[in-house]
Design a protein around this ligand. Structure first.
Ligand code: PLP
Length: 379
């Protein structure tokens, strides 16, 4: 098999490659956008686009019809601006002593979760260039956002700030726990209560948003004016009981490498640190040059699987920092054979969900934790 992707980008084959397909992101966003319309889509590209590359993800999502972008912190938003992204961007996570001067300068909207953040937004805004604010309320998740007792006083303060012309209220938002549908509906009720309160104080809430991927797909009443689409944009399912394909999504990342060693060993051979695996027959072992430093969870030792050529083989022995071993059985694979760690089930590849299951975690963690040595390549 030729090294099509590497040659397509004119690069030498890398030891470890995450191949990101922007067309999958574009199509996933377009699919969800049509599903949730008339609600709009904000594509969430925090944490380097969930490990896919923030810029690649942002551009593809905007092409797919996302109207806005969302990130955790202002630095992530500034990086998008520095790369020429002009679409509206919202950043909602700020440190203990926030300052929003740069956000205002670059037209970045800020999520305001505390009175201090509101004051800082007012300080940063001017009447010619008001701070763009989305008020964030805690409707039950228990993370950031104004607690219920703070709604009225902070909404009143926000009203004064709006009247001063130093902030513009762009939106009101909250985040669901996805504990179950009933809990999420209770959060929606709390949200609507806050909206009414804000309106009764004379302020227009602007864009109301509550749902992330899970709510957007499963609980239509939570779509409101906009959904914040994270994991779904990357083609991964937020649900244990639904695959990407069942949701009409296509995984945008394939993690691959090549065998760098293949050897025949006798029955009873101990494999990797601590000999947590011993071969029970003569067999072929293949070595793959990714380890926990590359984001391969040590928890997949003896449980995960990868595809070598056209066969799926189990990871055996402990995952080390830089490499792991697969038991190839009687598959006489060759040094240099392609190994797909995860990709698209529709192509017969293991998935990020398979990895998540093997490591007792979620697919979000599998894609976002890939290490720096893994080279991102655009398909
Ligand atoms: C990360 C995040 C999202 C995206 O969630 P997904 O489950 O990936 O769709 C949405 N909103 C907020 C506030 C987030 O932090």
């Amino acid at each position: 098999m030729g090294d099509a992707h590497a040659s397509a980008t004119g690069e030498l084959p890398a030891l470890r490659r995450a191949i990101v397909d922007p067309s999958a992101i574009r199509e996933n966003v377009a699919h969800v956008a049509s599903l949730v319309a008339p609600a709009a889509v904000m594509a969430v590209v925090k944490a380097d686009g969930y490990g896919h590359g923030a810029l690649t993800a942002a551009r593809a999502a905007l092409e797919g019809g996302a109207e806005r972008l969302g990130v955790a912190d202002v630095d992530e938003a500034l990086a998008l601006r520095a790369a020429g992204i002009q679409a509206p961007v919202l950043a909602w996570l700020h440190g203990h002593d926030p300052s929003f001067g740069e956000a205002v300068e670059h037209g970045i909207s800020v999520g305001v979760s505390t009175r201090l953040q509101l004051e800082r937004a007012v300080e940063a805004g001017t009447t010619t260039r008001p701070a763009l604010v989305h008020l964030k309320i805690d409707t039950g998740l228990g993370r950031n956002g104004l607690q219920k007792a703070e709604w009225e006083p902070v909404f009143e303060a926000a009203g004064d700030a709006i009247a001063s012309g130093r902030i513009r209220l762009e939106g009101l938002f909250s985040h669901l726990s996805n504990a179950d549908d009933e809990e999420d509906r209770a959060q929606l009720d709390a949200f609507l209560e806050a909206e009414q309160l804000l309106r009764s104080l004379g302020a227009d809430p602007g864009i109301r948003h509550l749902a992330s991927t899970a709510g957007a797909l499963r609980l239509p009443e939570t779509r409101l004016d906009l959904v914040r689409l994270g994991i779904g944009a990357y083609g991964l399912s937020p649900f244990d009981d639904a695959t990407s394909a069942e949701l009409g999504l296509r995984p945008a990342m394939r993690l691959e490498s090549r065998l760098f060693s293949v050897k025949r060993v006798a029955a009873g051979t101990g494999v990797s640190y601590g000999y947590t695996y011993r071969t029970d027959r003569d067999t072929w072992l293949g070595l793959v040059p990714l380890g926990y430093a590359d984001g391969i969870p040590r928890h997949v030792s003896n449980t995960g699987s990868v595809r070598v050529g056209d066969q799926v083989h189990r990871i055996v022995g402990r995952v080390a920092m830089d490499q792991f071993v697969v038991d190839l059985g009687e598959h006489e694979a060759q040094v240099g054979d392609r190994v797909v760690l995860f990709g698209d089930a529709e192509r017969g590849e293991p998935t990020a969900n398979d990895w998540a299951r093997a490591a007792s975690t979620i697919n979000y963690e599998i894609v976002t934790r890939l290490g720096r040595r893994v080279k991102r390549v655009t398909a």
